[in-house]
Design a protein around this ligand. Structure first.
Ligand SMILES: Nc1ncnc2c1ncn2[C@@H]1O[C@H](COP(=O)(O)OP(=O)(O)OP(=O)(O)O)[C@@H](O)[C@H]1O
Ligand SMILES: [Mg+2]
Length: 277
């Protein structure tokens, strides 16, 4: 398994007592879907910021394709075109007065022609369902629309790695479905996807690789299959099970599903198991 981004004994302290990252080492597998899980304040956003180069570690290293990040102005400019970060708060991410302008900002800085910029912006806004807002002032958007525009801004950059910090927190179900479709298109084209989320059902349905954080450390890193085979890990890691979990376990106990079937990703897969028994 190739690792596209890796973190080595990274240490970062915010001013004030006890918050930040301590001795974090982990890897983001290339071309796959990685999920960051962990309670409020566990350090997920801080780690995503470090992975994107926005936050520079006080000790330790972040490497992209094996090379330590270059924090110079030019280095960061080059990195922006490869690693995209959708921040947790769209208000922090969006800074142009108008939607089109905001999404166009990154692609324009890549030196693309005005026609290419327009195409990318229109495609990105369309993909997240806010094409109709393109001429609107950003401050008039609802919070969910702002989140969609922030995602569009990163999609328009067509990055090799997309880091998404709670991207579905404000989205309605149609918005979540549209985002997942778009992410899958990117992944099929070779992109690497990373998402921090509190939505365990979404994480379970979507993720391949899991990183569980607690108090500024990575507590566990492993594959979907490991958790699917050994559901006791959820309790062990202090994670809530996805909704499908207790139903699956009950059906296994009642002998309605063989325990050789691992925990399915969602209710649809569970129904398939029951019907093919
Ligand atoms: N700018 C800051 N200044 C001081 N402390 C900060 C700052 N940003 C984050 N922290 C602290 O660092 C810790 C980790 O925060 P972080 O935002 O990375 O957590 P998180 O896992 O993303 O949480 P959430 O699930 O609430 O988004 C928290 O204790 C937080 O209070
Ligand atoms: Mg966060």
């Amino acid at each position: 398994m190739d690792t596209i981004l890796s973190v080595h004994e990274l240490h970062y302290r915010y001013p004030g007592p006890g918050s930040g990252l301590s001795d974090v080492s982990c890897g983001i597998p290339a071309g796959r879907r990685t999920v960051f899980l962990g309670a409020n304040g566990a350090g997920k956003s801080t780690l995503l910021h470090a992975l994107s180069g926005v936050l520079r570690p006080q000790r330790g290293e972040v490497r992209y394709q094996g090379q330590p990040l270059d924090y110079s102005r030019e280095g960061m400019k080059a990195l922006r075109s490869r690693i995209g970060l959708v921040m947790q708060q769209p208000d922090v991410q969006l800074f142009c007065p108008q939607v089109f302008q905001d999404v166009a900002y990154g692609p324009t800085n890549l030196g693309l022609s005005p026609r290419e910029v327009r195409e990318r912006v229109e495609d990105a806004l369309e993909a997240v369902g806010v094409a109709g807002c393109s001429q609107n002032p950003v401050h008039c958007l609802s919070y969910g629309e702002k989140q969609r525009v922030a995602i569009a801004g990163v999609l328009a950059m067509q990055p090799a790695v997309m880091l998404l910090d709670e991207p579905t927190a404000e989205l309605d179900s149609a918005g979540i479905d549209a985002l997942l479709v778009e992410l899958e298109k990117l992944r099929r084209n070779g992109a690497t996807l990373v998402m921090a989320t509190h939505d365990i059902d979404l994480a379970w349905r979507w993720g391949d690789h899991f990183l569980v954080m607690e108090e500024g450390r990575v507590k566990w890193e492993g594959e979907h299959g490991q958790l699917a085979r050994d559901t006791s890990l959820f309790e062990h890691l202090n994670l809530r099970m996805p909704t499908v979990g207790p139903i699956y376990l009950s059906l296994v106990r009642q002998g309605m599903i063989s325990s050789r079937h691992v925990l399915p990703r969602d209710a649809g897969e569970l129904v398939e198991l029951l019907e093919t028994k």
